[in-house]
Write a protein that binds this ligand. Structure first.
Ligand code: HEC
Length: 125
């Protein structure tokens, strides 16, 4: 991960962790649209081609990943985090979460139907 990105992410996540943030302040991360969000946030760990990485940690591949078929799973991972994957629910608004989840479910060899809607994100929070 690039140091600037890491710092920015750390700042955004610690702000989010204060819990003082209202829904209106949620889109702390500026990228809009699934591709920009993926490139700005996710690819540092999951790699630009979604293949994941092994090294300092295990970063699972999102490419051709059957666990993305059920939309509720990636949705909950992005909103709430999973072990060493940070939660992004505090830093992204409903539309941003839906966009990035739909992006990974329809790229990198995945072609899953039934896209996530912003209302689904509200329910998952
Ligand atoms: C700081 C590194 C990091 C970033 C940034 C990150 N992830 Fe992850 N992600 C992980 C790790 C580590 C795991 C594995 C967690 C575990 O099971 O221990 C993971 C797991 C996942 C999983 C579950 C995969 C599976 O097969 O179970 C999904 C889906 C996912 N990430 C999507 C995303 C998306 C979308 C983004 C961008 C919004 C993102 N991640 C950003 C580190 C990261």
């Amino acid at each position: 991960m690039k140091p600037t990105t890491t710092l920015f992410l750390a700042a955004a996540l610690s702000l989010a962790a204060t819990g003082a943030m209202a829904q209106a302040g949620r889109n702390l991360l500026p990228q809009q649209g699934g591709e920009a969000l993926y490139k700005g946030i996710c690819q540092d760990c999951h790699m630009p081609d979604g293949r994941g990485a092994e090294g300092a940690g295990h970063y699972p591949a999102l490419a051709k990943n059957p666990k993305l078929e059920e939309p509720g799973y990636p949705l909950s991972v992005v909103v709430s985090g999973l072990k060493s994957m940070p939660a992004f629910g505090g830093a992204l608004d409903d539309q941003q979460v839906a966009d990035v989840v739909n992006y990974i479910r329809t790229h990198f060899g995945n072609a899953y139907k039934n896209p996530v809607k912003p209302e689904d994100v509200k329910t998952a929070r």
